[in-house]
Design a protein around this ligand. Structure first.
Ligand SMILES: Nc1ncnc2c1ncn2[C@@H]1O[C@H](COP(=O)(O)OP(=O)(O)OP(=O)(O)O)[C@@H](O)[C@H]1O
Length: 372
């Protein structure tokens, strides 16, 4: 288990990570999410003893990384796939790492097979594509058969098949009982890969909860209602009637109304009573990506001046507290090669969207999009 307590890192006047406390448990994939500059890499570097915390501490299995006996056999990491000697072959790169850590050479060939680089093992890594480089970095992380694995943006530069492969690899490693900590910008990818999420913004903890709970808390449902564009007074009339009945009504960019807090049949009845014609009345569910963007909106350092989603930030409801994670007790298994997708199978198929909770229909300033 990785445990951070009050972790803080300052670079001069810049606070990269502030008072961060979390646990990353074995037997699960924990996604580490945050916008650019949120402090994900800094946190991972502190976990790996590459940066010293200004305050607080972070331990792996109860010890700081630097005090772990034979650390490369206990902890594997991919931080920067480009940090390799480009003049060396893939095999020689891994061999040199293995020798430093006292790992037998046969393990090098094993991990080359696991990441699918066996055929290019004798090629210089300097000529590798971004995706091949990522695979080599993952091979290096797996070399010591470690119980704890950290991956910083492992799907960067990978094609869809590579992304699916990484997704399966992470899940398999966790199913073997390992601790898997993976950073990403992409909620959509993490929602498919991770069991648990730690979200940070400007170095501070914003959420620490299971993916299931994140979906339940954030996939709020709402209705879109549209009246004839030629009769704006109808829209005003409907808006007033819905608000009076306790709904939260917000205008959408295309002239429709976004309504939360009222069921669709009730909206229909109220429109009928107000003698307002409807051109659209449709159910929608906020996407997880939007919920994540809303959560981190106030903590984005770098934003385009064209940003369409500015102003979508909503505070968490009063008394909001993330629930404790539930980690499955998965027995340790041996090594494996992740199976390729079966012929004809859609390798990009996703899990069905989760059902929102009954009380999820609260005010949400987000765009109408379905799916996770
Ligand atoms: N060595 C350093 N010296 C000064 N500032 C730093 C240093 N390393 C990181 N920072 C700053 O700390 C903040 C957090 O950076 P970090 O790289 O940890 O974020 P991140 O979440 O990994 O971002 P990204 O998703 O863009 O990789 C940023 O503002 C960054 O500029």
């Amino acid at each position: 288990m990785i445990e951070a307590v009050g972790l803080t890192k300052r670079y001069g006047a810049k606070t990269a990570v502030y008072n961060l406390s979390f646990q990353v448990r074995p037997g699960a994939v924990t996604g580490f999410l945050g916008p650019n500059g949120a402090g994900k890499s800094t946190t991972m570097r502190m976990v790996l003893g590459l940066d010293r915390p200004t305050e607080g501490r972070v331990t792996i299995g109860g010890l700081p990384y630097r005090q772990l006996p034979n650390a490369p056999r206990q902890v594997g990491a991919l931080l920067d796939a480009k940090a390799v000697h480009g003049g060396r072959t893939a095999r020689n790169h891994l061999l040199s790492l293995a020798q430093l850590a006292g790992i037998p050479a046969r393990r090098v060939d094993e991990v080359l097979g696991v990441v699918g680089l066996h055929d290019v093992a004798k090629r210089r890594s300097g000529g590798f594509s971004l995706g091949m480089g990522q695979r080599l970095g993952i091979a290096a992380a797996l070399l010591g058969d470690p119980q704890v694995l950290l991956f910083d943006e492992p799907v960067n530069g990978l094609d869809p098949e590579g992304i699916l492969w990484v997704r399966n690899l992470m899940k398999q490693l966790a199913a073997e009982g390992r601790t898997v900590f993976v950073s990403s910008h992409l909620m959509s990818e993490m929602a498919l890969t991770a069991d648990h999420l730690i979200v940070i913004g400007r170095g501070q903890l914003m959420a620490d909860m299971s993916v299931q709970d994140f979906i339940a808390h954030n996939s709020a449902s709402f209705a879109r209602v549209r009246t004839p564009e030629t009769e704006p007074q109808q829209r005003e009339k409907l808006s007033a009637a819905l608000s009076e009945a306790g709904g939260q009504v917000m205008p959408e960019q295309d002239g429709a109304l976004r309504v939360t807090g009222l069921a669709l049949p009730r909206i229909s009845d109220l429109a009928h009573e107000a003698d307002v014609r409807l051109w659209e009345l449709s159910p929608h569910q906020a996407s997880l990506e939007e919920a994540y963007m809303r959560m981190t909106q106030g903590a984005v350092d770098y934003r385009s001046t064209e940003d369409q989603k500015a102003g979508l930030m909503q505070p968490q409801p009063p008394g909001y507290a993330p629930p404790q994670p539930q980690i499955p007790d998965v027995p340790q298994q041996g090594w494996y090669a992740p199976p390729p997708p079966a012929p004809g199978e859609n390798p990009y198929a996703t899990a069905p969207p989760a059902t929102p909770p009954a009380d999820a229909a609260h005010t949400d300033q987000i765009k109408p999009e379905d799916s996770r």
